[in-house]
Write a protein that binds this ligand. Structure first.
Ligand code: SF4
Ligand code: SF4
Length: 65
């Protein structure tokens, strides 16, 4: 049986050391891939299309590939 593993990420990730949990990224994501839940940002890899809009609006530069 064959299976495939993602070796390189093609979705955004939150750097939790930089994030201020302002929620700006949540509002701009057209794919509703970002959630702010109890001071944690969660990005749904299945929904993220890697458009980078969230990274552009993030005031703290906390979103990275
Ligand atoms: S916009 Fe940046 S600082 Fe604000 S919640 Fe999103 S990742 Fe965190
Ligand atoms: S890269 Fe685009 S699709 Fe992915 S979480 Fe950010 S705004 Fe949403």
């Amino acid at each position: 049986m064959y299976y495939f593993q993602k070796v390189q990420s093609d979705t955004m990730k939150v750097n939790h050391e930089k994030c201020g949990y302002c929620g700006a990224c949540v509002g701009v994501c057209r794919n509703m891939a970002i959630e702010l839940v109890e001071n944690t940002i969660i990005i749904d890899d299945e929904k993220c299309k890697n458009c980078k809009l969230c990274a552009i609006v993030c005031p703290l530069n906390a979103l990275e590939e």
